[in-house]
Design a protein around this ligand. Structure first.
Ligand SMILES: Nc1ncnc2c1ncn2[C@@H]1O[C@H](COP(=O)(O)OP(=O)(O)OP(=O)(O)O)[C@@H](O)[C@H]1O
Ligand SMILES: [Mg+2]
Length: 309
């Protein structure tokens, strides 16, 4: 549906996007995951035809978007990172404004505002001024505005930043069901959990580049990371460490005060083995925790830094 090749953009001396390739098939939901300044917003602004790339190609259904932006503009819904609403107007009036901008009017517009406010779960507050809304409600209207003309391709730039957990869950569920009904979605975030939950494929971005891409599973297995079993004891568990180190599935064991960490690449975790080893000693176990490698681990491994500071 959409294909981007070697896309570049600089702001003065700063190379914000340094040659990005990506694609989305019809019906997919893809994620752009990366920390602040990675170039996510710049990339999607170029896709949305809001800014012009310095170099590269954007193809939408085999047409060159830079030569003819109309086909993509007609079917695109954009949820910007900055909330774009008029605070002194009501939710309804804001949706009406955006509906007009998308060329809707009359009965059709009214019907779509009703449908969309149902989808975003804000029907009972439409008559209130937006300045009275919580952050989550503003976000929902912002999303609703982008849905009025039933876009084929929806581009969302960090739509859950700064909102309460309930609104966040509602928004994530809404996005999931829009996708299940056939909408193609490009989702931008620096929250690993969100892209893991939503996206078929993920592009991990850092400093203007895509540093890895693929499904969550393929990304995680590409780094061949360790699972960790972290066990706390009532006293020093060094004797248990010696026993576990003899286990063929254990790669490494460390002890820090009363906490023991077992590293393994085995498919299952090692809880049973740890419990059995502990039972040979008379030391009470106080907690047990298993950490599996995830996209955060992938990012850390590739860049040497955390996804979020
Ligand atoms: N209009 C602009 N003028 C100058 N520099 C800019 C402009 N927009 C973005 N930048 C810079 O380009 C780089 C990439 O910014 P971009 O907004 O694309 O990143 P991002 O991944 O969306 O980050 P965030 O998670 O903070 O939204 C950053 O260093 C940013 O400061
Ligand atoms: Mg951004």
């Amino acid at each position: 549906m959409l294909k981007i090749s070697n896309l570049k953009k600089s702001y003065g001396q700063l190379q914000a996007v340094k040659g990005i390739d990506l694609y989305i098939e019809k019906g997919e939901i893809i994620g752009l995951l990366g920390p602040n300044g990675a170039g996510k917003s710049t990339t999607i602004s170029m896709i949305s035809t809001l800014i012009k790339p310095d170099a590269g190609l954007i193809e939408f259904k085999e047409t060159d978007v830079l030569k003819d932006p109309k086909p993509i503009q007609k079917v695109l819904g954009i949820v910007p990172q900055e909330i774009a609403l008029y605070p002194t107007l009501t939710g309804y009036e804001n949706l009406k404004f955006w509906g007009h901008a998308y060329g809707l009017k009359g009965h059709e517009l009214k019907k779509r505002i009703e449908e969309v406010s149902e989808i975003i779960g804000i029907k009972d507050r439409l008559k209130d001024k937006v300045e009275k809304y919580s952050g989550g409600m503003k976000r929902r209207i912002n999303i609703g505005a982008a849905l009025l003309h039933k876009p084929e391709l929806l581009i969302m730039d960090e739509p859950t930043v700064g909102i309460d957990p309930q609104s966040r869950n509602h928004i994530l569920e809404t996005i999931k069901s829009l996708n299940e009904e056939g909408m193609s979605i490009i989702y931008t975030s620096h929250y690993m959990e969100e892209v893991e939950f939503l996206c078929d494929r993920i592009y991990i971005m850092d400093e203007g580049q895509v540093i890895a891409s693929g499904t969550k599973d393929s990304l995680v297995s590409s780094i061949n990371g360790d699972r960790k079993v972290i066990v706390s004891f009532a006293k020093d568990p060094n004797g248990i460490k010696d026993v576990l180190e003899k286990n063929a599935h254990v790669d490494k064991v460390t002890v820090d005060q009363n906490q023991l960490t077992v590293y393994t690449k085995k498919k299952e975790n090692l809880i049973k083995e740890v419990v059995e080893a502990s039972s040979q000693f008379d030391i009470e176990m106080t907690s047990i925790d298993v950490e599996n490698p995830n996209l955060e681990t992938v990012f850390l491994k590739l860049t040497g830094k955390a996804l979020r500071d």
